[in-house]
Design a protein around this ligand. Structure first.
Ligand code: 3PG
Ligand code: CO
Length: 555
């Protein structure tokens, strides 16, 4: 197909075996005790950094460089892998929803008009992550949507909240629920019957991803749809405060609860004739609940009662599955990704991670599209993640297994590109457990070594990079960069991602000696990596891709 044909690179040969390694949550920051990458023994990554200065560089992985609204937005895996794979910067969900709300266009589109048909007889339910993290959702968008929906006819609204503590500080959930309650009280003063109906912690209720554990989605279904949960409260602020007092509890893992009236009846189960909006813009952790809400045939758990609803996502979460079929804001149309180009130019591709990050190097990498471009040239391998634990308990995760799969794929000679995501720095970093995160970083480094050794054996090339920062800075900082303390004088542990840049390292016996990083790019970011990888495969990237990071100087 001629439209897919990539031009030959004038200097770089084809046929090299290339390993692309994405260290999840691995940024570059000052070395101190909260920099787990610095504290950990990481001889492999250290050697890349200290080896050849022209083969190691830093790129931006947050803010506008990855299509987020502002440079105060930390990076995340969705936008990071989208940029790495697509080679261009797209206005991402967060920004698209901002624009649609600011212009009011959201209320004119098909998705809103569809759910609006339920407003006369039914209740509008909003389900999603309640925080200002800006990774999956944003509280200010929910506030605007509540206001706008009520102004456009919603008379009865129920909000089903998921508490965060992962993209924001643990404990911040209480304040977000108070803010929401104030807004709902204002709506009630205007005659709208608006209440919080249920809740739970994001990692325990609803927001699983990549089918790691359907029980998580079931817990949410039971509370949100059926109005059933082990904990019942009359007030959501009280619910969150009380549940946080359970042993070893935090915002991420709050058990499911429902809000009940004085007679003990749930105030907002989802019923026939209701409308439902999942208000997260980010895809990965909404796909499973979207399937449960939308699919007639569904066998992942017993839904018990399947209400006839009008359902819309904030965005469409999966472009290949067209899921959900109705949505309030059109997602970024990420097309002509590097993965698709390379496969169509004969590059046989292998991708692997463990379940919790599997979709990152496949679905996100390919522009939020599930499945293969050409099954005869691609193999995607998922290593099952441990289920039902927090990863500080198993900080090594499946790093060795992923690396060994990559090694075998490289040595098999069957693939031209072998791509992996190593989750440790991120998944363990999100637990806020500093000691465990140090172990995690060491494990990821050892996995990199296994892959680089295989690259060495086949005379290949490696590209080692990351999608955003996390493990390199585990403490909240004040304006002068010092660890910030809370009102009791305690250091505030940072479970979230960061604004830090990430490394890109290239090398291996297959890399021509004249290849080095350019120094003329003003502010390269993750989107510049795709053209770089295409070059190393012997191709010139399409002209609308962000420029390559490398140049070839004649020796
Ligand atoms: C999550 O979904 O786990 C966090 O909100 C973001 O982490 P990720 O962007 O690294 O997946
Ligand atoms: Co993360």
């Amino acid at each position: 197909d001629s439209q897919w044909k990539l031009a030959d690179h004038p200097k770089l040969p084809k046929g090299k075996k290339i390993a692309v390694v994405v260290l999840d949550g691995w940024g570059e920051a000052n070395p101190d005790q909260y920099n787990c990458i610095h504290v950990a023994e990481t001889p492999t990554m250290d050697s890349l950094k200290k080896g050849a200065p022209e083969k190691w560089t830093l790129v931006k992985a947050h803010g506008t460089a990855v299509g987020l609204p502002t440079d105060d937005d930390m990076g995340n895996s969705e936008v990071g892998h989208n940029a790495l794979g697509a080679g261009r910067i797209y206005a991402q969900g967060a920004k698209l929803v901002d624009l649609a709300l600011a212009s009011g266009k959201i209320y004119e589109e098909e998705g809103f008009n569809y759910i609006k048909e339920s407003f006369d007889q039914g209740t509008l339910h909003l389900i999603g992550l309640l925080s200002d993290g800006g990774v999956h959702s944003r509280l200010d968008q929910v506030q605007l949507l509540l206001k706008g929906a009520s102004e456009h006819g919603a008379k009865r609204i129920r909000v089903h909240i998921l508490t965060d503590g992962r993209d924001v500080l643990d404990g911040s959930s209480v304040g977000f629920v108070e803010t929401l309650e104030n807004d709902l009280a204002e709506l009630r003063a205007k005659g709208v019957d608006a209440h919080i109906a249920s809740g739970g912690g994001r990692m325990y209720v609803t927001m699983d991803r990549y089918e790691n554990d359907w029980d998580v989605v079931k817990r949410g279904w039971d509370a949100q749809v059926l109005g059933e949960a082990p904990h019942k409260f009359q007030n959501a602020v009280e619910a969150v405060k009380k549940l946080r007092e359970l042993p070893n509890m935090n915002d991420q893992y709050l058990p499911p609860f429902v809000i009940v009236d004085e007679s003990g009846n749930p105030v907002g189960p989802i019923l026939d004739g209701d409308a439902v909006v999942t208000f997260n813009f980010r895809a990965d952790r909404m796909v499973m609940i979207a399937k449960a809400l939308e699919y007639e045939d569904f066998d992942k758990f017993d839904r018990v009662r399947v209400p006839k609803i009008r359902y819309a996502g904030m965005l469409q979460y999966d472009g290949e599955l067209k899921l959900p079929s109705r949505y309030l804001v059109s997602p970024p149309l990420i097309e002509r990704t590097s993965g698709e180009y390379l496969v169509k130019n004969g590059v046989r591709t292998f991708a692997c991670s463990e379940t919790v990050k599997f979709g990152h190097v496949t679905f996100f990498w390919n522009g939020n599209r599930s499945g293969y471009f050409d099954a005869s040239k691609e193999e995607y391998v998922e290593i099952p993640s441990d289920v039902g634990i927090t990863f500080n308990v198993q900080p090594k995760m499946k790093a060795v297994e992923i690396a060994e799969k990559a090694r075998d794929a490289i040595l098999s000679g069957k693939f031209d590109q072998v791509r992996v995501n190593l989750p440790n720095g991120d998944m363990v970093g999100h637990t806020g457990d500093i000691e465990a995160t140090v172990v995690a970083c060491k494990a990821a480094d050892e996995a990199v070594k296994i892959i680089l050794d295989a690259v060495e054996q086949v005379g290949g090339i490696y590209v080692v990079t990351a999608d955003h920062g996390n493990a390199e800075d585990m403490v909240k900082r004040n304006k002068s960069g010092q660890p910030a303390k809370d009102k009791n004088g305690n250091i505030q542990i940072l479970t979230s991602h960061t604004l830090q840049p990430v490394p890109v390292a290239i090398g291996g016996p297959g890399l021509l000696p004249g290849v080095k990083f350019r120094t003329d790019l003003q502010t390269p970011g993750l989107a510049n990596v795709a053209a770089t990888v295409m070059n190393l495969h012997g191709f010139v990237a399409p002209s609308d891709y962000e420029p390559t990071l490398i140049e070839v100087v004649d020796n």
